[in-house]
Design a protein around this ligand. Structure first.
Ligand code: HEM
Length: 527
C-alpha cells in the first residue's frame, strides 16, 4: 500500500522507477534489434564465389596432379578468393597479393591459427603438442619466442657455423670424388643436398654426429620423407570422407604413418636420454658448470623441461613433437630450394656466369664463399630470392579464421580453413613482369617494395611466418655459391627437365642428375 501511494509523478522515486523499468526493457530490445540487423547483414554478405561443382565430390575434379598449379588455374578463371568444397571438407582459396595482405596483415590476429590437419588416430603426439599446427595462444607464443630468441636465433646459429661449414665441405668432397672418377659418373645433386640439410639440422638440433651415431641422421631423413608423403595422402583421404577412409584402410597408410612416427619417437627417446646422461656426467665430474659448452636445441629444451619456474612446463612429448616439426619444416624445404636454384642456374648459363663473376670479384678463387661474404654478393642473394619466388618450398599454407570477418566484401565464417596459394601469388602478373621467367635481376631493384605489397611471401608473413628463415638464409647462399664457385655443371643433352612434380609440395618431378666438373679443387686451398 505504501508503495502505491509513493507512485506519484511528482515524486523522484516515481521517475526512478519509470526510467529503471524503461532501461530494463529498452536495452534488451535495442540489443535484440541490433542482433537482428547484424544477422541480416551477415546473411546479406555472401561467401566467396565457387567454381562449378559436382554432387558429393564438390570441386575435387578441379584438383590437378600438381595441386598449386591447378589451384592457380582456378584463381585465374574464377577470381583470387574462392570457396571450395573438396569432398567432405571445405576451404577458402586465396591467390593474390591483395587478399594475402588482408589475411596476413589487416586481419592478422584472426588468422593466426592453423586448422587441425590429418586424423588424430594416425599421430602419436596429441594435437596440442608440436609447433607448426598448435593453435595461437600462450603455448604457441612461448615456443615462438623461444625459437626466435634462442633455438633458431642468429647468435645460436653462429655458434654452430662450423657445423654448417663442415657439412658443406662434406658435400664438396663427395662431388669432387664423383668428378675425379675416370669414368664419367652422374651425381644425384638433389639427394646430396637433402643429406647436407638433414645432417646440418640434425647436428644443430641434437649433435647426433658428435655423439658418434652417424646413422641417426639418415634414419631421420627416411622417417621425415615417409611422414611427409603419408601425411599428404592421408589428408586427401580425410577430405574424401567415408570413401577416403575405405581406400586408406586397404592401403594401410594410416598404419604406416603410425609406424614411421613410432620409429621417430624411439630414436628421439634415446637421443633425449643420451643428452640427459651427458648432463648428469658433467655434474658428477664436479665441474663448475653443469651445462655443456655449446648447447644444442635438445639441451635448451631439456633445460626448460627441468626448470620448475619456466612460464610453460614442457613435457618430453612436447619436445619430441617440436623436433619433428623442425625436421619436417626445415629439411625438405631448404634442400628443395637449393635444388631448384641449381636446376635454374644450369639451365641459364648466362646467369651462372654472371654469378660466378660476382663471386670471383668479391671472394676470389683461393677460398670458399663464407656467410659473411653474402652481404657483399647482391646477385647471389637475387638468385636465391628469385628461386624462392618461382619455386616456393611451401607453395600452399593453411590458416584458420577465428571469428567471422569480411574479405573483398565476402564473408569468411569462423573456423573456415584458408589455403594461401604462395605459388600463384608469387607468379601473379599483377605483381611481377614475365612472372614465369627466371630473372634474378628483378631483385636487384625494388625488392623492398615487392616485399611490402605481399606479392613476395616465400616464408609467409606475420606472427605465423617461418621461424627458420635465418637458418635457411644462412645455408642456401653459401652452398649454392660454393657449388658455382668450384664446379662446372654438365648434363646429358639440351636442358634439364624442370617440370614440377605431382602433389602439393611443388618439388622437382625428376631427380637432379648432372655431372660436376671440378674448376678448382676446394681441398687444396679452402679458407
Ligand atoms: C627455404 C626454406 C624454407 C621455406 C621456403 C619455408 C617456408 C615456410 C612457410 C611459408 C611457412 C608458413 C608461414 C606462414 O604461415 O605464414 C613456414 C612455417 C614454418 N617453418 Fe619454414 N621454411 C623454410 C625453412 C625452414 C627451416 C630451416 C625451419 C626450421 C629449422 C623451418 C621451420 C618452420 C616451422 C616450425 C614453421 C611453422 C611456424 C608456425 O606455425 O608458427 N622452416 N615455413
Amino acid at each position: 500500500m505504501a508503495l502505491i501511494t509513493d507512485i506519484n509523478p511528482r515524486n523522484s522515486t516515481y521517475w526512478l522507477l519509470v526510467t529503471g523499468t524503461a532501461t530494463l526493457l529498452i536495452i534488451p530490445l535495442i540489443a535484440y534489434l541490433l542482433s537482428l540487423s547484424k544477422a541480416a547483414a551477415t546473411q546479406k554478405k555472401r561467401s566467396p564465389p565457387s567454381p562449378p561443382g559436382l554432387p558429393m565430390i564438390g570441386h575435387i575434379h578441379h584438383v590437378g596432379k600438381v595441386v598449386p598449379v591447378s589451384f592457380q588455374a582456378l584463381a585465374q578463371r574464377y577470381g583470387p578468393l574462392l570457396s571450395l568444397r573438396l569432398g567432405f571438407s571445405t576451404c577458402v582459396l586465396a591467390s593474390d597479393a591483395d587478399v594475402a595482405q588482408q589475411i596476413m596483415k589487416t586481419h592478422e590476429l584472426n588468422f593466426s591459427s592453423r586448422p587441425p590437419f590429418g586424423s588424430p588416430e594416425h599421430s602419436i603426439y596429441p594435437p596440442g603438442s608440436g609447433f607448426a599446427m598448435v593453435p595461437y595462444g600462450d603455448y604457441w607464443r612461448f615456443l615462438r619466442k623461444l625459437s626466435t630468441s634462442r633455438l633458431l636465433s642468429v647468435p645460436q646459429l653462429r655458434r654452430f657455423a662450423d657445423v654448417a661449414d663442415d657439412e658443406r665441405l662434406g658435400l664438396l668432397r663427395s662431388l669432387a670424388s664423383c668428378a675425379q672418377e675416370e669414368a664419367r659418373r652422374p651425381c644425384d645433386l638433389g639427394s646430396e643436398l637433402m643429406k647436407l640439410t638433414n645432417n646440418t639440422i640434425c647436428r644443430m638440433a641434437m649433435s647426433t654426429r658428435c655423439s658418434g651415431r652417424e646413422k641417426d641422421a639418415t634414419k631421420i631423413q627416411e622417417i621425415v620423407k615417409t611422414v611427409l608423403q603419408l601425411a599428404v595422402e592421408l589428408s586427401l583421404g580425410d577430405a574424401l570422407g567415408p570413401f577416403g577412409k575405405v581406400l586408406e584402410y586397404f592401403a594401410g597408410k594410416g598404419k604406416k604413418l603410425f609406424g614411421a612416427l613410432s620409429n621417430f619417437d624411439e630414436l628421439l627417446e634415446r637421443i633425449l636420454k643420451e643428452h640427459e646422461e651427458k648432463l648428469l656426467l658433467t655434474v658428477a665430474d664436479g665441474k663448475t658448470t653443469a651445462a655443456p659448452a655449446r648447447k644444442d636445441v635438445v639441451d635448451i629444451l631439456l633445460e626448460i623441461y627441468n626448470d620448475p619456474i619456466a612460464p610453460i612446463r614442457l613435457s618430453k612429448t612436447d619436445i619430441k613433437s617440436f623436433l619433428l616439426d623442425i625436421f619436417i619444416g626445415g629439411t625438405v624445404t631448404t634442400s628443395s630450394a637449393m635444388q631448384w636454384a641449381m636446376g635454374e642456374l644450369i639451365n641459364h648459363p648466362n646467369v651462372l656466369k654472371k654469378l660466378r663473376h660476382e663471386i670471383n670479384e668479391v671472394v676470389g678463387s683461393n677460398r670458399l664463399v663464407r656467410e659473411s661474404d653474402v652481404q657483399n654478393l647482391p646477385y647471389l642473394r637475387a638468385v636465391i630470392c628469385e628461386t624462392l619466388r618461382l619455386h616456393p618450398s611451401s607453395p600452399m599454407i593453411m590458416r584458420e579464421c577465428a571469428e567471422d570477418c569480411e574479405i573483398n566484401g565476402f564473408l569468411i565464417k569462423a573456423k573456415t580453413r584458408v589455403l594461401l596459394n604462395h605459388y600463384a601469388i608469387m607468379r601473379d602478373p599483377k605483381s611481377w613482369e614475365n612472372p614465369n621467367e627466371f630473372f634474378p635481376e628483378r631483385f636487384l631493384e625494388r625488392l623492398e617494395e615487392k616485399n611490402r605489397n605481399f606479392g613476395y611471401i616465400p616464408f609467409g608473413m606475420g606472427r605465423r611466418a617461418c621461424p627458420g628463415v635465418s637458418l635457411a638464409m644462412m645455408v642456401m647462399p653459401t652452398v649454392v655459391g660454393a657449388l658455382v664457385q668450384y664446379f662446372d655443371w654438365e648434363i646429358n643433352e639440351g636442358k634439364l627437365d624442370l617440370t614440377v612434380g605431382s602433389g602439393a609440395g611443388a618439388e622437382m618431378a625428376h631427380a637432379l642428375v648432372c655431372y660436376p666438373v671440378l674448376r678448382i679443387n676446394p681441398f687444396d686451398s679452402s679458407g
